[in-house]
Write a protein that binds this ligand. Structure first.
Ligand code: GDP
Ligand code: MG
Length: 163
């Protein structure tokens, strides 16, 4: 069985685009509207020869704001079951949002390794977000562009020790 790598992050950070980039096929639905993907999707990823099962998650947007903190913790914990590593994705252009911080809080208490990815970092537009991302406490973020396929070698280096 291949190691399982799960993609976690708030809606619209580029999780499904990352999934498609790593699988190389259009398996996950990507849309300009946040929250188009509904379920978890599994794909066979090949990252510069590193092979693993990649899991795209969705459904964060369906959480009721009233019960958000508890439900989000549940959802995060449920997603991590069976995973060997989590890719925690933020939007480098948007910087770190309160929802990112909330997710980070739950991930910090998990025992699986977390690789922080600052997506949408093509060009220099993501620089402030990259700087902010350090404060989340997961070490140096991998600057990435799922849309343009940039950062693959850095992601490889960050993932390899864990799988
Ligand atoms: P998800 O909700 O986290 O699964 O996000 P999606 O993968 O559906 O992407 C949300 C939006 O961000 C779409 O409009 C994507 O085209 C866009 N997007 C994804 N990756 C990148 C990237 O690397 N750079 C830029 N500029 N936009 C991206
Ligand atoms: Mg999605």
């Amino acid at each position: 069985m291949l190691p399982q790598v799960i993609i976690i992050g708030r809606p619209n950070v580029g999780k499904s685009t990352l999934f498609n980039r790593l699988v190389g096929k259009k398996l996950a639905l990507v849309d300009d509207q946040p929250g188009v993907t509904r379920d978890r999707r599994f794909g066979d990823a090949d990252l510069l020869g590193l092979k693993f099962t990649i899991v795209d998650t969705a459904g964060w947007e369906d959480l009721d704001p009233e019960t958000l903190p508890g439900r989000m913790r549940q959802q995060t914990e449920a997603s991590l079951v069976g995973a060997d590593v989590a890719l925690f994705v933020i939007d480098a252009r948007a910087g770190v949002t309160p929802l990112d911080e909330e997710i980070a809080r739950y991930l910090r208490s998990s025992r699986i390794p977390i690789v922080l990815m600052a997506n949408k970092a093509e060009g220099r537009a993501g620089d402030p977000g990259l700087y902010d991302a350090f404060a989340l406490g997961f070490g140096e973020p991998v600057a990435f562009s799922a849309e343009h396929g940039q950062g693959l070698a850095d992601l490889f280096e960050a993932l390899r020790p864990h799988i």
